[in-house]
Design a protein around this ligand. Structure first.
Ligand code: DCP
Length: 574
């Protein structure tokens, strides 16, 4: 076959998995959009599986923010505990709940007061606050501590603030060659506590003994022998994380990322779950389709509503060509593959975030209704972003190239209520004041487009019928600084005379309907985590829609601080 899948316009024939593998290029870098509208989430794309003899782990911290707070206040350990958003209405929204608290029925969807009703002894810890918003730096740093330990045994991808993928294939192959588990006299206790899907424990037999036997099997195929090594390596890593950070985590171990991610949440907290090749079908057969990564949204709904697929197993009845006809070549193949547990996604070697973001929601009556109010909050967000960019530059020698502004908005007299506030991007200039200025310009350009040039008053104290319910700024396209100090100087020097002076024209802005981040939920976007969704009451009376005055003095000080930081950094280099 000479033609690759991505080159085909219509489904010419039934593609088997081997065809995809032979073509070698299927899906790489190509995205189709379901429904074709700009701004919709990119459709999943099939990638050929390089090998099914891989050992991939997905490690997920247990009730992460609670653990971070309990490490700060050890007296809270073992007690039902929850971390609440700083907003004090009804005790604040719960954003992390300890496993002790979950036993009482406390859930993340509750507010502090509800949790107290369910369990009066619950300990509520407020998320740290800075600049009037949640300060996640403590959690982010705690996540980095864990990543640095997990990265010791294989390629490591930081997938979110508390999730990591590991490719342990090389470490497992090495163990198999040097000291295979089949011959080990003693197996670590933590490894023996593993849950191996498909292992029959129902006859009253000793579960740990069954695990031991599974690990010791001499007649296992190569893939299972590698997974046995994975069990030992991940158990050891998890114990190391506990020893060095005091945090527990759970893990899924399988031969690809998709299966590892599905498994990691199956037995929590502080446990690990393994998916042998022979158990893949059993795992997927009854799995609700919307639980699959990338099927929680429109595509999942279409599968349910349009072709009656409720479980991943239901997909098996459709030939690949039928799925391709309906959802396009790449997504059709991707669906055909996931039904069989096939996923070629590689673990990217990435310990640092791909982007930095700072965001805040203003739900219900807190919606921002004046331009100065928006500017005030943008300044706060940009200040945080700028600080993080400086420390990334300082610690990791990386620079970001793109600044993006996202907002959610409403218009009270809206004929087109579906219209979204357009996200806007521009080249990123370092320095708090510059970022603030650029973000504000991006906002104004977005607002003009959102309300129409003559549709509302954007300047002055009060708007005409628009409100901003969420704001975020992000910095992306982060790359290591080019080698050689000369180019760094050039980089910063170039900024002062940057093309950005032409920002007056909104034509110079790149409109992005979605954040310029990698697709899928594996992307490390802290924008989403910075302000969890909160259900606010509809009544207008419970809180004043107050807007603090802009503290220009403080802004100047911060601007100077950032300048100083950059200056001292450049001094170190020269
Ligand atoms: N988080 C948040 N807002 C949300 C969801 C999560 O701020 N809506 C934060 C708090 C969590 C952390 O992200 O501690 C990680 O989220 P997880 O979904 O992984 O949940 P937990 O780690 O809290 O619990 P689990 O043990 O179930 O993974």
């Amino acid at each position: 076959m000479t033609k690759t899948i991505t080159e085909c316009r219509v489904a010419p024939r039934f593609y088997s998995r081997n065809d995809v593998l032979r073509s070698g290029r299927a899906g790489t870098g190509h995205y189709r959009r379901f429904g074709g509208k700009r701004g919709e989430r990119a459709m999943p794309v099939a990638k050929p599986e390089s090998s099914d003899s891989r050992v991939i782990a997905h490690v997920d911290m247990d009730c992460f923010y609670v653990q971070v707070e309990q490490r700060k206040q050890p007296q809270l350990r073992g007690l039902p505990t929850a971390v609440v958003q700083y907003n004090e209405w009804k005790g604040g929204a719960l954003i992390a709940v300890s496993y002790e608290a979950r036993k009482f029925g406390i859930k993340r969807s509750m507010r502090g007061e509800e949790a107290k009703e369910v369990c009066p002894q619950v300990q509520l810890v407020q998320v740290p606050v800075a600049r009037g918003k949640a300060d996640l730096s403590g959690y982010r740093n705690a996540g980095s501590e864990v990543v640095s330990i997990l990265a010791r045994r294989g390629r490591c991808e930081r997938a979110s603030i508390d999730e990591v993928y590991l490719d342990l294939t090389d470490a497992a192959e090495m163990m198999l060659a040097d000291n295979p588990p089949q011959g080990m006299e003693t197996i670590d206790e933590e490894a023996l506590k593993s849950h191996i899907l498909g292992l029959n424990n129902e006859d009253g037999s000793d579960v740990k003994e069954n695990v031991r036997k599974w690990i010791h099997r001499h007649n296992a195929d190569h893939r299972d022998k590698l997974l046995a090594c994975g069990i030992l390596i991940v158990a050891e890593l998890r114990m190391q994380v506990l020893k060095e950070t005091e945090f527990t985590c759970s893990a899924g171990i399988a031969h690809n990322k998709m299966l590892a991610k599905l498994a990691s949440g199956m037995n929590k907290p502080a446990q690990q779950t393994v998916v042998p090749f022979s158990s893949v079908k059993g795992l997927l057969d009854t799995l609700p389709i919307r639980k699959m990564k990338q099927l929680g949204g429109k595509l999942g709904i279409s599968l349910q509503m349009d072709i009656g697929v409720n479980t991943v197993g239901d997909l098996l009845q459709f030939p690949e060509e039928k799925l391709q006809e309906r959802y396009g070549i790449n997504t059709g193949t991707w669906l055909w593959n996931i039904a069989r547990g096939i996923s070629g996604e590689e673990v990217e070697g990435r310990l640092l975030p791909k982007s930095h973001g700072s965001g805040k929601t203003f739900p219900g009556p807190r919606a921002l209704k004046t331009v100065p109010a928006v500017q005030h909050w943008l300044n706060q967000l940009c200040e945080e972003l700028s600080e993080r960019l400086c420390s990334d530059l300082d610690q990791n020698k990386r620079i970001a190239h793109t600044l993006t502004l996202h907002a959610r908005a409403y218009k009270s007299s809206d004929s087109d209520s579906q219209k979204k506030f357009p996200s806007k991007s521009c080249p990123l200039r370092y320095g708090t004041a510059k970022i603030q200025e650029d973000a504000f310009n991006l906002f104004q350009a977005g607002l003009r487009e959102y309300i129409g040039f003559y549709g509302g008053k954007t300047r002055g104290s009060h708007c005409r019928g628009w409100g901003i319910t969420s704001l975020s700024v992000s910095a992306s396209k982060i790359v290591p600084i080019p080698s050689g100090t000369c180019s760094i100087a050039k980089y910063f020097h170039g900024q002062s005379t940057s093309h950005f002076s032409s920002m007056q024209s909104s034509d110079n802005l790149n409109t992005e309907a979605t954040l310029s981040l990698p697709s899928g939920s594996e992307c490390y976007s802290e924008v989403n985590l910075s302000e969890p969704k909160i259900d606010f009451p509809k009544e207008e009376s419970w809180i004043k829609d107050t807007v603090p005055d802009l503290d220009l003095q403080e802004q100047k000080v911060n601007f100077l601080k950032t300048k100083l930081l950059l200056f001292s950094f450049l001094q170190i280099l020269f």
